[in-house]
Each structure stands twice: as C-alpha cells, then as structure tokens.
Design a protein. Sequence first.
Length: 187
Amino acid sequence: MSKSVKKSDLPVHLARRYLEPGPIVLISSAWQGETNIMTLGWHTILEFAPSLIGCMISAGNHSFELVRRSGECVINLPTTRLTDSVVGIGNTSGNEIDKFAHFGLTPETSARVAAPRIGECHAHFECRLYDDAMVERYNFFIFEIVKAQAPTRPKHPETLHYTGEGVFMVAGKVISRRRLFKPEMLV
C-alpha cells in the first residue's frame, strides 16, 4: 500500500492546475467571411454517441460571436511544436489581427463545416452546435463532433496542458494497463 503524502492548503483558484480536463486546443471559427483562432483549455467530452464535447468560450473573446452566429467551429489539436503560436494566439485578439497570417498558420477547407482547419495541427474535430442552453448563463457550448481527422502516427502526440500563469505540462508518455481493461464496463 502506498503512503499518504502530507498536503498543504491550496487557494481554490489554483485548482485548475490539477483539474484542467484535457489538452490545449485551438478553436477556429468563421462567420460571413471572417475567420479567427482562439486558444482554449476549458473543454470536456460529454458523450460518446453522438460524440459531444462541451467548451467554455468566454463572451469577451472575438471567437464567441463567430461561433455563436455560425453554430460551428473546428477544434484543432496542436502539439508542442506550436507552443509559441498557442501562447501568442491566446494573447492576441482577432479584432486586431488575422491570426492565421500573423502566426503563419495554414487555413484548410473543412469537410463538414465552414470554419477552416489549421493545417499545422495534429488532429481536427469539425463541430456543429448541438445544445446552446448554457451559453447565455455560462458561456458553455455543447458541440457534436461531425468529422474527425488525425494521422495514425504518432498515436500519442506530445500535447500541451495548461496549469496557469504561462506554464504548461506536456503529455505524450503512455502507461498501458490494457491487461486490466474491461471493455464491458463501457456499456
């Protein structure tokens, strides 16, 4: 049995350092000829079928209105190779610059939505708004992933996980417990 570790009180606003639900993503959006990219860390898988994901997009972000009006976006998964771009995108406003041009990113045509994919990202998840019941109160959008694309290698890319104050952790190391996995528990 492992030993208990002594803990110290933690200010509650720092809980996100431990609970961020997943990798940093880049949300690309489009509305009436305008495109934008935003950095996002507040997202969570909600359902397997249909494939639903929830995203908190602050009403103060330029992307908020583009996503709200179009009802769609692309969730792009960057790797550590794009760390400086991820930070730069998060620190700039689409009201002031064209983020695709400024950060040298390639807008690619998506298959199922009007929002462009980001060519340099590892994976793309094209999304349509599924439920907007919590947008007004919590800025929480529920999207259905209608198209997903990723290369077969690497299977577990090095992705960024934000811990606050400009600090990221890197995921990519894999620990397998496949021998203990019970597929019947997914039902």
